[in-house]
Design a binder for this molecule. Sequence first.
Ligand code: IMP
Ligand code: MG
Length: 181
Amino acid sequence: MASITYEGLEVLYTREQIAERVVEIGAQITRDLNGEKLVMVGVLKGAALFLSDLARAVHVDTTFDFVAVSSYGKGQRSSGAVKLIKDLDEPIEGKNVLVVEDILDTGLTLSYLRKILLQQRPKSLRIATLLDKPSRRIEKIEADYVGFSIPNLFVIGYGMDYAERYRNLPDICLMSPDHPE
Ligand code: IMP
Ligand code: MG
């Protein structure tokens, strides 16, 4: 039976399930780096919580940077145009970069970010996403590390928002269309 939070929201992944998966992904990233250094690039704001947990599960010499993007478009429908509103603080040329994202949805955001980050000639560029919604893809892009692959559901919590709310929920919950705001 699905568990329900005090907010009356249905839980899709509990904090324990998330923590377990983050440790597995961290171990995989550690192995793949073979002792080399890493720059973790978080996509604000949704990936902030995932990055902070993943960083502690990756056992290599790591620095952090953050980018922020905005997509043009009205309401839920995106025009497909993505704009960088906060750039990297440090150059990534010659470095092993891991882009850390909350959700890979249409792929527009990560395709755009990958393109502009590759222009800086990193040594490697990989993508870690907590959630993947493959059925929603418009741009052809896959993540190297995926926490959970989910159907077309709107989720909130563990960094993810609905109109900027619910980012602090410890579990990943379902936003039902009839949930009272
Ligand atoms: P896309 O891959 O460019 O379509 O955009 C992915 C971004 O859309 C994510 O980084 C989220 O900020 C947002 N997003 C997509 N699906 C959801 C969801 O179910 N809940 C909250 N935010 C979402
Ligand atoms: Mg996001």
